[in-house]
Design a protein around this ligand. Structure first.
Ligand SMILES: CC(C)(COP(=O)(O)OP(=O)(O)OC[C@H]1O[C@@H](n2cnc3c(N)ncnc32)[C@H](O)[C@@H]1OP(=O)(O)O)[C@@H](O)C(=O)NCCC(=O)NCCS
Length: 179
């Protein structure tokens, strides 16, 4: 698979990433959360103007593309406490198990090392639905472990019932350290 990665800008046509997210969520989340919650979460997150605003505020949206078009994406941002929050990591079902998520995670780690984050980053963390067992296992394989759990009320009667998972970024030195 010939995959290229590109960081999206707020000036990109972000409708392609919205379509990709809708496709991945529709094929993956039934059985984990209700259709009503899927629609609610897509609607409040995956809209071009919302993604553009996130990018403008410093969230890095990374899109993976192969010959047939966009096939995966990740979104992450440095936090004030020096960690990086991996907020999104999604791969089309047809493209899974071929190292695409690892490529996206490697790029996150390289981004930290390139000192695009101002804080000394030691950890990357994420939240994942407790019933999303395949993805939890994939994260374990990529070096994450469960650090806690989090139940968040997201309105309209919906909750996110998640594990918090994290892993160190050992290879990244503080920005202020000598080379
Ligand atoms: C989780 C997800 C991003 C993994 O993407 P991927 O491109 O298939 O992952 P990779 O091919 O890079 O695999 C990374 C590692 O995880 C393992 N892995 C991937 N999917 C797995 C699964 N379902 N069960 C167990 N292990 C899995 C791989 O074997 C690999 O480990 P290895 O290198 O030791 O063999 C992808 O399955 C996905 O998009 N899932 C649906 C959306 C989702 O739940 N995203 C997370 C939201 S928090």
């Amino acid at each position: 698979m010939n995959i290229t990665l590109r960081a999206l800008t707020e000036d990109d046509d972000l409708r392609a990433i919205v379509s990709l997210a809708e496709r991945i969520w529709s094929e993956h989340y039934p059985g984990i959360i209700s259709w009503a919650q899927i629609h609610y979460m897509l609607e409040r997150t995956y809209r071009p103007h919302l993604i553009a605003a996130e990018i403008a505020s410093g969230v890095r949206w990374l899109c993976a593309t192969d010959d047939s078009g966009p096939c995966a994406f990740a979104a992450y941002a440095a936090q004030a406490d020096g960690r990086v929050r991996l907020d999104k990591l999604y791969v089309l079902r047809s493209h899974r198990g071929q190292g695409v998520a690892r490529r996206l995670l490697d790029e996150l780690i390289e981004w930290c090392a390139r000192a695009e984050v101002e804080q000394p980053v030691r950890r990357v963390y994420l939240t994942v639905n407790r019933n999303n067992s395949g993805s939890i296992e994939a994260y374990r394989r990529m070096g994450f472990s469960i650090e806690g759990s989090l139940v968040a009320d997201i309105g309209h009667g919906f909750v996110m019932d998640d594990y918090v998972m994290g892993r160190p970024i050992d290879s990244v030195r503080p920005v202020s350290s000598p080379a």
